[in-house]
Design a protein around this ligand. Structure first.
Ligand SMILES: [Ca+2]
Length: 167
């Protein structure tokens, strides 16, 4: 699942032949990461996404390309202004938190969230259509990073990971 496309990212505007524009401001952001639960149980870990826009966003074919492994089912939609939790253990979280249900909690992702620093990246599918030297057209599916959070030891402290859910 780790591929070169894990580093592709959209810019705010096309900049062919000139300096790159800033990263495009995407509507889906990684809102919260609980990578080191107070319980010390990795089954309590999760990543929360937030849809900042005024329209629902369908996440069909989206996937995490760094940090954890998870591909969103085709039916996945985050409502306007809504949140979606991707859990290490979804049934465990929905049992623990009254505000979580199958409607806003998915899982289980593969892997665990590092306690000592890593990059977590969410990517959406896109296609690149190219012509080859023989005049043929090729279409390749790629994934473009739309949201990411990185941290390294001492830079992103555990205090920033205090959970909205655990208060
Ligand atoms: Ca962890």
């Amino acid at each position: 699942m780790r591929s070169a496309s894990a580093r592709k990212r959209r810019l705010a505007s096309p900049t062919r032949g000139t300096n790159n524009a800033p990263w495009r401001l995407e509507t889906i952001v990684i809102n919260e990461i609980l990578f080191h639960p107070i319980s010390e149980n990795t089954d309590d870990e999760y990543v929360e996404l937030h849809n900042r826009s005024a329209a629902p966003v369908n996440l069909a074919g989206w996937e995490f390309v760094d940090g954890i492994d998870f591909r969103f089912p085709i039916s996945t939609t985050i409502p306007a202004g809504g949140y979606l939790v991707v859990a290490k253990n979804a049934s465990r979280l929905t049992n623990h938190y009254a505000q979580l249900s199958a409607a806003n909690t998915l899982g289980n992702y593969q892997g665990t969230l590092s306690d000592v620093g890593e990059r977590i990246a969410l990517a959406m599918p896109d296609t690149i259509v190219e012509t080859n030297e023989f005049g043929g057209v090729t279409t390749n599916l790629i994934h473009i990073v739309v949201a990411e959070r990185s941290r390294s030891p001492g830079v992103w402290t555990t205090a920033t990971a205090v959970s909205r859910l655990t208060g």
